[in-house]
Ligand binder design. Structure first.
Ligand SMILES: C[S@@+](CC[C@H](N)C(=O)[O-])C[C@H]1O[C@@H](n2cnc3c(N)ncnc32)[C@H](O)[C@@H]1O
Length: 256
């Protein structure tokens, strides 16, 4: 808890909504959970790194790679990317000190704090104006784009904010959630280079006895692109969840 509070005090995100809406808090919680669940998450991280390396080998040229949702950088094969590509751009709403230190070891790795939905300033004000993002679309040197465990996360905090702070109904919030996912997919499809999407496809919750108690569609009923490979990720291992519950997600890789 002391580490978490310290991180919160020491991190000043460039995008103010990262703090006001709660993204910074979530990033700190994710980072702490990643440390606690090192053993259970290691295979998932390794699968992500392998998928990114496969995507890198498909890129015809190796000028710039752009990764959305870089977060802790734990699921990124940063050593090999820094060698393979002339430039590595890692994007997230907020980066903690550990990620900054890791990225700082490489001359050609750049961290960019940016809202990939280009909409959260509206959402902060209670307006459901979901934009069609366009940053980097005019950049001619981007040969590979990765959306990394991000697309299904995009609606979570904004929707909670609109419901709690602006009394949005479940139905209104649901439309915003769908629009955020749809706009991200549409954005990715406009890049001229290779595009790889890594995301959860199905989330299952189990009780202490291992009985399935709930399952969610993390895509808010939007059709996910076909996965060329997939694996299981014990995202909430036994002991982490409330009342002994645990959660397993199916993560898939698609090329758009
Ligand atoms: C499930 S985490 C995955 C992060 C990273 N791949 C990892 O494993 O550490 C989702 C990430 O998406 C980021 N994120 C959520 N909404 C975002 C937005 N609108 N723009 C940019 N990043 C966002 C969060 O800050 C978080 O780091």
């Amino acid at each position: 808890m002391i580490w978490e509070s310290w991180q919160y005090l020491m991190t000043s995100p460039q995008i103010k909504q990262a703090k006001t809406l709660g993204f910074l808090k979530e990033s700190i919680a994710l980072s702490a959970r990643a440390k606690r669940c090192q053993k259970e998450w290691s295979l998932h991280y390794e699968q992500c790194r392998q998928a990114i390396n496969r995507a890198a080998s498909r890129a015809v040229q190796k000028r710039t790679i752009l990764i959305f949702g870089a977060g802790t950088l734990n699921d990124i094969p940063i050593d090999s990317l820094a060698v393979t590509f002339q430039q590595v751009i890692l994007v997230d709403l907020v980066f903690l000190e550990a990620a900054r230190r890791k990225a700082g070891l490489y001359e050609n790795v750049r961290l960019v704090e940016h809202d990939v939905t280009e909409s959260i300033h509206w959402i902060e004000e209670g307006m459901d104006l979901v934009q069609q993002p366009n940053r980097w679309l005019d950049s001619k040197s981007i040969d590979l784009v990765i959306s990394l465990n991000l697309v299904t996360q995009l609606p979570l905090i904004p929707v909670r904010w609109l419901i709690n702070k602006y009394n949005y109904s479940e139905q209104q919030a649901d439309i915003v959630g769908k629009q955020l996912i749809y706009a991200h997919l549409n954005y990715l499809r406009q890049f001229a280079g290779e595009v790889c999407l890594i995301a959860d496809r199905a989330d299952h919750e189990f009780d202490k006895q291992g009985k399935l108690v709930d399952q969610y569609d993390p895509w808010w009923d939007i059709e996910a692109p076909q996965a060329e490979s997939s694996w299981e990720w014990e995202v909430v291992p036994p002991g982490e969840g409330i009342k002994g519950h645990w959660q397993k997600n199916t993560v898939g890789v698609s090329f758009l």
